[in-house]
Design a protein around this ligand. Sequence first.
Ligand SMILES: [Zn+2]
Ligand SMILES: [Zn+2]
Length: 109
Amino acid sequence: MEKLKKEVTIVLLAIMMTMVFFANAQAKAGCNHKHTGRTWIIAEKANCNHTGRKKQLCVRCRKVLLEKVITRTKHKWKLTRKRRTRYDCMKCGGVKLKNEYGGWSYYFP
Ligand SMILES: [Zn+2]
Ligand SMILES: [Zn+2]
C-alpha cells in the first residue's frame, strides 16, 4: 500500500512538471491564436525635440506585433529678438539664432 502511494505521487509530479513545461513553451512561442484584434499604444511620446515610439499589441495576449517611430512634431518658434535674429521654441525651449553666415544655429536644452 505504501509503495502504491509513492508511485501515485511520482506520477502526479510527472504530470505537473509536464504541464509546467508546456505552459512555459507556449508562453515563449507567443500566442498561437490569430491576431484579429490589434491596438496601438504610445510607448514614448514624440515632441519637437525627440521622436517617439508606438507599439501595436494583440488585444488578447498583449504581444507586441509591430513597433513604429513617431515623427517629431514641429517646433513652435516665436520671435524673441528684434530684427529676426532669435527665435525661441515655445514647446521644448530650443533656441534658433541667426549666425554670422546668414544661416541659423540651433541650440536645444
Ligand atoms: Zn495574441
Ligand atoms: Zn521645440
